[in-house]
Design a protein around this ligand. Structure first.
Ligand code: SLL
Length: 152
């Protein structure tokens, strides 16, 4: 194994969620109030699958099969629900890289804040969004992974 001494390569990602209120409760359905999607993406929707192998999203235990593993892009999970909670996002890298998985946390946001006042109410069907920008840094990547990063 040959590492690229003194070299760091960074790749931007965007992770987080959007949410919209459900129009009406379906017959026999639970108390779900929102539909939401949590995702990990490249900037400008750039394909990140050359360095991301899979993404595991750990949802609240009130969900069935709370550990959702997404093996190919888009790396996202859509669900319905009634409450906000913290999602643990574990990013597994291209196995060729030898890099350990990276863990991120995102607070699933369903409700608007700031702008949502009586004087300035949030439009009913406008999605609520909460996204974070981050930069993944590969320090002294191994040479074959470095080549893959450079080629994409
Ligand atoms: C709260 N601490 O009390 C949070 C927990 C959990 C939200 C929120 C379950 C959906 C389903 C769901 O929306 N859980 O029935 O699968 O606000």
């Amino acid at each position: 194994i040959k590492r690229m001494k003194g070299i760091a390569v960074s790749r931007p990602i965007v992770y987080g969620n959007s949410a919209t209120p459900l129009q009406a409760k379906k017959v026999g359905d639970s108390d779900h109030t929102h539909r939401w999607t949590i995702s990990v993406r490249g900037i400008n929707n750039e394909d990140i699958s050359y360095f991301v192998r899979k993404v595991a999203f750990k949802l609240h235990d009130t969900y069935e099969n709370p550990n959702r593993v997404i093996e190919k892009p888009p790396f996202e999970v859509s669900e319905t629900g009634w409450g906000e909670f913290d999602i643990i996002i574990k990013i597994h890298f291209n196995p060729i890289s030898g890099e350990k998985p990276l863990t991120l946390y995102h607070h699933l946001r369903l409700h608007p804040y700031e702008e949502d006042t009586l004087a300035n109410p949030w439009p009913k069907q406008k999605p609520v969004t909460s996204y974070s920008y981050d930069e993944i840094v590969f320090n002294e990547p191994i040479d074959i992974f470095y080549n893959i990063l450079q080629e994409n």
